[in-house]
Design a binder for this molecule. Sequence first.
Ligand code: NDP
Length: 336
Amino acid sequence: QRILVTGGSGFIATHVIDVLVKGGYSVLTTVRSESKGQRLQAAYSADKLDFAIVPDISVVGAFDQVCKTGGFDAVLHVASPFHYNVRDPKKDLIDPAVVGTTGILRSIKDHCPNVKRVVVTSSFAAILDFALVQAGVVKTWSEKDWNPMGIDDAQASPMIAYAVSKVLAEKAAWDFVEKEKPGFTLTTITPPLVYGPATQGLSSLSSVNTSNQVMADLVSGKYKDGMPPTGIPLWVDVRDVALAHVRSLERPAAVGKRFFTVAGHHSHRDLLRIVRDNFPELREKLPESGGEPSKDLPSWGYDNSSASEVLGIKWTTFEKSTVDTVKSLLEISGEK
Ligand code: NDP
């Protein structure tokens, strides 16, 4: 089976590609530059992984050429901007998310008749209702929930703009499938905060992906004077997210579903404790104590039963994820 993965140079996509290649699939991934493609390809043999350059997914028809030449059986659309360096929310986040998603679905429908399954990486940001959180409503979040925000909310903050980009992109994907009735089925993955080894070939910690930023800042000594508050208390390991993408291609019961891939709760207090216990060489850079006790964390319930049962994911513990992430960050910074 030949699989197209978009955004292969990204944090999550790198792990998705690894699961696919090790599972015997042939993969073509899109990247924004030749050098990013070369770097990825160096890790695998050319008959397992090749790449095509798609410089900007927000350009209409960006994936047409790849789809015409690829001979794919399935597509995993992972690429979408996840950062908060936003000047123009529409141009920087929303267009690449929404046009990127509808664009690839259109290209598949028009040019890839063999594709039967498509998996799109959405986000907990497409589930969480920020107004309910602010109002102190205690709730168990699941695939049934939708972030009600729209384009008019995007100016509020870069974080909200990102959330809007994700909910609009996911809704656009489901709408496309409903209206266009293409020859493929859709599955979406909606992870909360994703931690895990940064294997995307970073040359320094300054370019670490957004969700590993807190861990990178912690090991760089930025929190010596205190931990920041735990923003999103729900988390998941990147290797479980990658497996969820691939199993969504493989399992018939995954067709047409959204999967809330959550490992559990975590806090910056847990994070600090685990790093202090496992990396004594970092002690000088870490605060003595800190992070709010769990009774002060937002009490968000979650229901991950569908992802656990249908996809059979055994969730990685926060301890293991943290240790493996920190090891990878220390390697990047040249400290290991
Ligand atoms: P990364 O920033 O590491 O990956 C983002 C990928 O998208 C990169 O490959 C990037 O290319 C590509 N990309 C962004 N904008 C464009 C564009 N305009 N044109 C072409 N390619 C583009 O982040 P993650 O791996 O964390 O994110 C991957 C997916 O997972 C995203 O859809 C994100 O929304 C989603 N997600 C992530 C979570 C997390 O906690 N990490 C949680 C929930 C969802 P380049 O490498 O060249 O910059």
